[in-house]
Design a protein around this ligand. Structure first.
Ligand code: TYD
Length: 144
C-alpha cells in the first residue's frame, strides 16, 4: 500500500510504468530527468537484510537528492521534513519515493529478501550527510 499524496514536504511518490507484453514478466523503466527528477550520478542497493528490526537511514542530505524503491519484499520508509512526519510502506517494485534535500529519512520493518534500490543525484560524500537529528533541525532553520 502507498499514499498518493504526502503530508511531508521535500518528497513525492514516483510511479514507474509497468510494461507487460506477450512475454513473461514486468518491465519498469527509470530514466534521468524523466521519471527520476535529476541526473543520476550514483546507484546503490541494500540487500541481505537479516533483521526486520534493523534501522537504516536516520539522516538527511544537504545536496544529494534520491529516489528510493523497494524492488523485492517490503519495508517502511519514515519521512520527516522537520515539521511533519509520515510513514510509507514500499512494497511494489514500480513505486518509489523522491527524497529531496533536507529530509530526515529512516528505513525499517524489512521483510525477508527485501531489496532497496536508490538513485542518487550526487556522488558519495560523507560531508553531505546530517546524521544528528538536532543538527538537522538547526540546519533547516538556518537554511530556510
Ligand atoms: P549509509 O548511507 O549510512 O546507509 P543507509 O542510508 O542505509 O543508512 O551508508 C552506510 C555506509 O556505507 C557508510 O559507511 C557510508 C558507506 N557508503 C558508501 O561508501 N558509498 C555510498 O554510496 C553509500 C550510500 C554509503
Amino acid at each position: 500500500m502507498y499514499m498518493k499524496s504526502l503530508q511531508v514536504n521535500q518528497c513525492k511518490i514516483i510511479e514507474l510504468c509497468k510494461i507487460i507484453d506477450g512475454r513473461d514478466g514486468v518491465l519498469s523503466v527509470a530514466e534521468a530527468q524523466r521519471q527520476i527528477p535529476f541526473d543520476i550520478k550514483r546507484v546503490y542497493y541494500i540487500y541481505d537484510l537479516k533483521y526486520a528490526s534493523a534501522l537504516r537511514g536516520q539522516h538527511a542530505h544537504k545536496q544529494n537528492k534520491q529516489v528510493i524503491f523497494c524492488i523485492n519484499g517490503s519495508f517502511t520508509l519514515t519521512l520527516d521534513d522537520g515539521s511533519h512526519q509520515q510513514e510509507i510502506v514500499l512494497n511494489q517494485p514500480n513505486i518509489g519515493v523522491f527524497m529531496d534535500v533536507k529530509l530526515w529519512h529512516t528505513m525499517k520493518d524489512f521483510s525477508e529478501k527485501c531489496i532497496l534500490l536508490v538513485f542518487a543525484s550526487e556522488l558519495y560524500d560523507e560531508n553531505d550527510y546530517i546524521r544528528d537529528y538536532n543538527e538537522f533541525k538547526k540546519y533547516i532553520n538556518d537554511t530556510f
